[in-house]
Design a protein around this ligand. Sequence first.
Ligand code: MRU
Length: 352
Amino acid sequence: MRAIDWKSSENGNPAEIVLLDQTLLPAEVTTLRIQTIDQLIDAIQRLAVRGAPALGVAGAMGVALAIQNSDEHIAHADIARLREARPTAVNLAWGVDRAMKDAARGLDAVIATALKIRDEDVAASQAMAVAGFELLAELLPQKAESGLTLMTICNTGSLAAVERGTALGVVEEAFRRGKLINVLACETRPLFQGARLTAWELSNMGAPHQTIVDSAANFIMSQGGIDAVLVGADRVTANGDAANKIGTFSLALGARFAGIPFIVVAPESTIDRDTATGSSIVIEDRGTDEVVVINGKRMSPVGTTAINPAFDVTPASLITAIVTERRIIRPSHGESPADALAQQNGAMGIAL
Ligand code: MRU
């Protein structure tokens, strides 16, 4: 089942968003039926639905829910709250804004746009999986032939999108082609998206994998154990800086030290051309409890607080390549998303 989907209204029942509750995985596979904006915001903030592409779909579907449920005035207030529910992944605001462009044409038009965004995400994931594998074959021709050992962080698979996902989609492509020796999934403290969700997806695929504590990653890379690091992104700025799950920047440094490719895989909806560099990205801080309480047990003394940034920013200079559904951008060779998109628009005669 998909991490997020839309159930049309039938027999007089209103339409709803159907989510896989990711907070309970892998122990329980439970769905949530979302009928109100408050329920959707709660699901987004608890990370029941998460991952940049899935948040883009949630944003657009949320606009449809808000319009379905409210008079126009309330819908605008609800939509503004939804747009701000998590600040770092640009896809949420992007999905809301794209659906809102059709609001004047009525509910059916907004639903059609939300479903289009969902379907485009499926196509984008498929294209990124193939392009990402082909890039690995270009950068590491012998390893791509004899078999790859990869590293990733957080969850960037089908749970983070509609199908397949971004970085984990490339890993899956390598596995499908019989070219994956192993993938190390960083556990991804504090919420364990790697140890819980990525390991669950890889187990379901039957793909070889292991999980590691986040702090083991750079040592393992330095020992020559990894061929490439593949990560997703929550926001890529005009110059190619990339915000992603906390720990990603450290992996990029480790990859540079080990001399291996560090590859960001993200759909073009994650590129934020309006933000010049990563220093302007708002990083969500999720508070003390996620860090000091594990499975209901407090690990630190009462009174100890935590700094808990959910994301970090990897500078463009550490990124070997950004793989989107349309192109490969090589920031470490001086290429930027802004230039790449401007060139395409110039070629198509579109003024920016
Ligand atoms: O806090 P999360 O679990 O929503 O963080 C998700 C990530 O950092 C992913 O790597 C990113 O959204 C890309 S998902 C394809």
